[in-house]
Design a protein around this ligand. Structure first.
Ligand code: SAH
Ligand code: SF4
Ligand code: F3S
Length: 476
């Protein structure tokens, strides 16, 4: 058993992280999943979604097949998120529910992975309260999963293995992509920003950028396979390259990817800290870089921003915001905002509202501060009552949804280009996809449009989606 250690996870060194390019699953394990099925439930961010695609591919290499529900599965994997208390609660709730399934099906293997196992408190809780879990591994040792699975089946014993130090960068992991037409591409792992509230630098380790050769090779392969859109993933993509020995940064990468024959390039997410003019220029100069950026504000109060360790003032944020709007006039800018950070007073909150009113974001994700054990903010005095925080969130959300609707209104009666993902979950006759500006667009259409870029005229505007009619079915 190897348990996580937060003290160790906090450490940063300049030591180069080795790149390993020969990941293979042991021959002995290649039939492990014969006649067996797996089910993966993913919580959290795109990073986790993409990790699940890697885990799925490993399982399929061992001949496991995907199950359509948990009841039918022989292996159930919960890929978990630590970002807020409610993410934890959801996963613990699910582990609780799975106990019954495990009692009915003795050979069922329950796996917990992702960010939660990286936390000491989580692993301690599992050992005392959720002992029916079979395998627990973290974000740094996904590659050990096939071995842990084999060992668990072989020894019929739980396997807990969590490393608190980032491992190698694995370049040749298999991936089972959810869509053929769009793909996630990791450009970096980890985060060194240490925002005072955030657990990610502890669960994902230090920043490690992939080298351009591997990134470009992966994207070229995707293009050859018919992919139209890549989303470059990193906790703070603007800092890409700062840990590499060559002078090659995010703007350089954008320019190189922009030159490839791919219709759409997206990236997320962007800390304002490292967003420089070269990046803005690259967005301006490459038509296939989509006019959307997710630029978390977190707070509009300088006092709180400083306590959060965000390294910018509200004026700097506003300046950057309008610089982007000016440089790329059709850009949509979305954001994240936290209310109720320790010490946030009514005055600070009004300053956040003032920035929201000034910027009028195209959309935003809003959260109540959640105390994460081991982060600096967890030790800060927090006297504001929960009801007050809820009231702030509600008030903020009212503004945010008004501005979101407002932003959507600009598309009424215009034609937008939509990359069609598939049928809407709510209505099987309606196709759904995203516009260049990252607006969800629904419209009636045929199955053969899935995976294509099609022009859609917007006829109806709602807060969370646009509705339209297809203009023509010419390929994009
Ligand atoms: N790397 C990304 C953030 C990933 S987490 C970035 O910096 O943009 C996504 C969002 O969750 C953050 O932007 C923040 O708004 C929110 N968040 C993170 N930790 C939180 C916490 N402890 N409580 C409430 N919200 C939090
Ligand atoms: Fe968390 Fe800040 Fe890193 Fe984003 S930049 S992952 S909010 S520490
Ligand atoms: Fe959650 Fe880990 Fe992502 S904490 S938001 S799954 S990096």
């Amino acid at each position: 058993m190897q348990k996580p250690n937060l003290q160790q996870a906090k450490k940063r060194s300049n030591k180069k992280v080795p790149v390993i390019n020969d990941f293979v699953i042991d021959d002995k394990l290649l039939a492990l999943g014969l006649h067996k099925k797996y089910f993966i439930k993913t919580y959290g961010c795109q990073m986790n979604e993409h990790d699940s695609e890697k885990i799925a591919a490993m399982l399929e290499k061992m001949q496991f097949q995907v199950a359509s529900n948990m009841e039918e599965a022989d292996v159930i994997i919960l890929n978990s998120c630590s970002i807020r208390e409610n993410a934890h609660n959801k996963v613990f709730g699910m582990i609780g529910q799975l106990k019954q399934l495990k009692e009915k099906k003795e050979d069922l293997i329950l796996v917990l992975c992702g960010c939660m196992p990286q936390e000491e408190i989580v692993v301690n809780k599992i050992l005392t309260k959720y002992e029916w879990l079979d395998i627990v591994f973290g974000t740094h040792n996904i590659i050990n999963f096939p071995n842990l699975l084999a060992k668990c089946i072989d020894e019929r014993k739980p396997q807990i293995e969590v490393f608190s130090k980032e491992g190698e960068i694995y370049e040749s992991l298999p991936v089972k992509r959810e869509y053929p037409h769009k793909a996630w591409v990791n450009i970096m792992f980890g985060c060194d920003k240490f925002c005072a509230y955030c657990i990610v630098p502890y669960t994902r380790g230090k920043q490690r950028s992939r080298t351009r050769q591997y990134i470009l090779k992966e994207i070229k392969k995707l293009i050859a396979g018919g992919c139209w859109e890549v989303t470059l993933l990193g906790q703070n993509v603007n800092a890409y390259g700062k840990d590499l020995s060559e002078n090659y940064y995010f703007a350089d990468l954008l320019n190189d990817i922009g030159k490839l024959d791919i219709a759409r390039v997206r990236f997320m997410t962007n800390h304002p800290w490292d967003l420089n003019d070269d990046i803005i220029k690259a967005m301006q100069q490459n038509d296939n870089i989509m006019p959307h950026i997710h630029l978390p504000l977190q707070s509009g109060s300088d006092r709180i921003l400083q306590k959060m360790n965000r390294n910018y003032t509200k004026d700097e944020y506003i300046k950057l915001y309008f610089k982007l709007k000016e440089a790329i006039p059709n850009i949509c800018i979305s954001t994240d905002i936290i209310v109720g950070f320790p010490g946030e007073e009514a005055k600070d909150f009004s300053e956040t509202l003032a920035v929201v009113n000034k910027c009028q974001f195209d959309y935003a994700f809003t959260f109540i501060f959640s105390k994460r054990e081991g982060t600096p903010a967890a030790a800060m005095a927090d006297k504001t009552l929960r009801e007050e925080k809820e009231a702030r969130l509600q008030k903020l959300n009212k503004y945010i949804s008004a501005y979101t609707l407002n932003s959507n209104m600009q598309f009424k009666n215009t034609t937008v280009r939509v990359l069609v993902d598939g049928f809407s979950a709510k209505n099987k006759a309606v196709l759904t996809g995203y516009s260049e500006n990252m607006k969800r667009v629904n419209f009636y259409g045929d199955e053969q449009l899935i995976g294509q870029i099609v022009p859609v005229k917007i006829t109806e505007v709602k807060t969370w989606s646009l509705f339209g009619e297809i203009v023509s079915t010419k390929k994009g």
